[in-house]
Write a protein of this length. Structure first.
Length: 252
């Protein structure tokens, strides 16, 4: 998502905890549809709170095809400092994903970040931006390792006053499902290269550790999140400081 006075963000496919695991329904022609809803105690994008360390409501719906192509709409409530007074973020995602027999999954696509209402609050303000991404993941039994790169090309929404800016984000993730328990543990580290409105100053690093429990369509999670940057919100909170984030999500 995007911090307007400094900035935002996701993908990886995105928020701090994804909604509960997808329960895809076949609709014919090789297509499936699934969705979910999640309540989080704090919406963190690349370690930075987008809700001033308050609760957020999030939802997603995805259409997939057996060829590997997919389209997703993801949304979250946000605080008004993120994007010129807008109170919600909507991400439109299109991509292609394929898992090979070796256990390797390749995922490429494009994210469009949309902040409805921002331009009506601040006339002519452009807060929306595009960000292509690519990820490669490999599964070793119950363990999955993933490397992701997101690159937002030069565009006015990322400007910090020196003309159009671009942004690059590189991240690594490691997760392990504990067999026959419903529990999954995970770790993440990422680095935002700047300067742009998607970084704190020139650049910063974020990381987190988490555990989740899934039963049926329900997933409950808790995560420790931190960064080495500093972003003070208008209320005086440090949106980039360490915190524990809880979530509860349901898939449908």
């Amino acid at each position: 998502m995007r911090l307007k006075t400094l900035t935002r963000l996701a993908l990886g496919a995105a928020a701090i905890f994804a909604a509960a695991p997808a329960m895809a329904a076949e609709i014919g022609g090789g297509f499936t549809v699934n969705g979910g809803a999640t309540l989080v105690s704090d919406y963190r994008f690349r370690g930075i709170s987008q809700t001033d360390k308050r609760f957020a409501v999030q939802g997603t719906i995805a259409l997939g095809h057996e060829s590997g192509f997919y389209a997703t709409i993801w949304g979250s409530s946000i605080d008004d400092y993120v994007a010129g007074g807008a109170d919600q973020e909507i991400d439109f995602i299109v991509g292609w994903r394929r898992t090979f027999d070796s256990g390797t999954t390749v995922d490429v696509g494009v994210l469009y970040y949309y902040y409805p209402g921002a331009e009506s609050i601040v006339p002519d303000l452009n807060t929306d931006f595009v960000e292509p991404y690519v990820s490669v993941a490999h599964t070793f039994g119950p363990v999955t390792a993933k490397l992701t790169a997101n690159y937002a090309p030069s565009q006015s929404a990322l400007s910090i006053g020196n003309g159009n800016e671009d942004n690059f984000y590189l991240a690594g993730d490691l997760s392990a499902a504990i067999p026959d328990t419903g529990f999954t543990i995970s770790g993440h580290i990422g680095h935002s290269f700047g300067p742009s409105y998607l970084t704190i100053g020139d650049e910063y690093t974020d990381w987190n550790l988490g555990v989740s429990y899934t039963t049926g369509p329900l997933t409950i999670g808790v995560q420790y999140v931190d960064t080495d940057g500093e972003f003070i919100t208008p209320s005086g909170r440090n949106a980039s400081s360490a915190g524990v984030v809880g979530s509860i999500g349901v898939a449908f």
